[in-house]
Design a protein around this ligand. Structure first.
Ligand code: 1PZ
Length: 206
C-alpha cells in the first residue's frame, strides 16, 4: 500500500510526491494547491527520526508548522489564496501565521534539498559535513546565536551517512536515485513558492 511505502521507503515516497508537485506546477504558471504542497512537506518529517535525538527540537518545530499548513489547506485552495488572507489581515509576519509558517517550512524543504545536493558531491561517510554546509547556507542567517550553537553541537551527534541510509532502508545506489530525483523536482517547486513571496512583495529575508 502507499501507506506502507511511505513508512518503509521514506526517500522513495518523498521523491515520488515531489515529482508530482513539479508536474502540478507544469510550466510554472499553474497555481500549486496548498493540499499537495503541505502533504509533500509532511512526507519529509520521517527523515528526522533517522537523525537521532539531537534534532528532536527541529522536528517538533517543523512538524507543528506543516500541521498548521495541512489545516489551512482545508480552508484555502492555493498558497496564493492563503497568503492573500494574511496580507488583508495584516498578519503576514505574526508569530504562528500561516504565511510565516509557510516560509519556515519552505526553508526546511530547501535545507533538505541543499543537504541532498551536498551529499551527492561529498565523498566519504560523513553526514555532519554536508548537513553543516546546508545549515550554514539555508538556516544560519535566520537563526539566533543560541540556536546556531545548539545546532552545531547537535551536528556532532548525527549518525554517519551509511547509518542514515540504513535507517531509511536504502542502499547507496537506490538512495542516490531518489535523492537526485528529489533535488531535481524540489528545485522548481521551492523557486515557485519563493516567487509567490517575492511577487506579493513580502520578501523572504525574515
Ligand atoms: C542531517 C540534517 C541535519 C538537520 C539539521 C536541522 C537543522 C535545523 C535546526 C533548526 C532548529 C529549529 C529551532 C526552532 C527555530 C524557530 O525559532 C524558527 C522560527 O520559528 P517561528 O519564530 O516562526 O515560530 N523555526 C525555523 O526556523 C524552522 C525550523 C525547521 C527545521 C527543519 C529542518 C529540516 C531538515 C531536515 C533534515 C532531514
Amino acid at each position: 500500500s502507499n501507506g506502507g511505502e511511505a513508512t518503509d521507503r521514506p526517500l522513495f515516497a518523498i521523491a515520488t510526491a515531489w515529482k508530482g508537485l513539479q508536474a502540478e506546477l507544469g510550466d510554472g504558471h499553474a497555481a500549486l494547491t496548498l493540499r499537495s504542497f503541505s502533504s509533500g512537506c509532511s512526507l519529509i518529517s520521517p527523515l528526522f527520526g533517522c537523525l537521532g535525538i539531537a534534532f528532536k527540537f527541529a522536528e517538533k518545530d517543523y512538524v507543528a508548522k506543516v500541521h498548521d499548513l495541512c489545516g489551512a489547506a482545508k480552508e484555502y485552495e492555493t498558497l496564493t489564496a492563503m497568503i492573500g488572507q494574511d496580507i488583508r489581515n495584516d498578519t503576514v509576519r505574526n508569530g504562528g501565521s500561516h504565511t510565516r509558517n509557510l516560509l519556515r517550512v519552505l526553508r526546511g524543504v530547501d535545507m533538505v534539498r541543499v543537504l541532498f545536493e551536498h551529499i551527492l558531491v561529498t565523498e566519504g561517510n560523513s553526514l555532519k559535513e554536508p548537513a553543516s554546509k546546508a545549515y550554514d547556507q539555508v538556516f544560519a542567517p535566520h537563526h539566533s546565536w543560541t540556536i546556531r550553537k545548539a545546532v552545531s553541537a547537535g551536528m556532532f551527534m548525527l549518525p554517519t551517512k551509511s547509518q542514515f541510509l540504513k535507517k531509511l532502508h536504502e542502499e547507496e545506489d537506490s538512495a542516490r536515485t531518489h535523492i537526485e530525483e528529489f533535488v531535481k523536482s524540489a528545485t522548481p517547486v521551492v523557486e515557485y513558492v519563493n516567487n509567490v513571496f517575492v511577487t506579493n512583495e513580502l520578501g523572504t529575508d525574515w
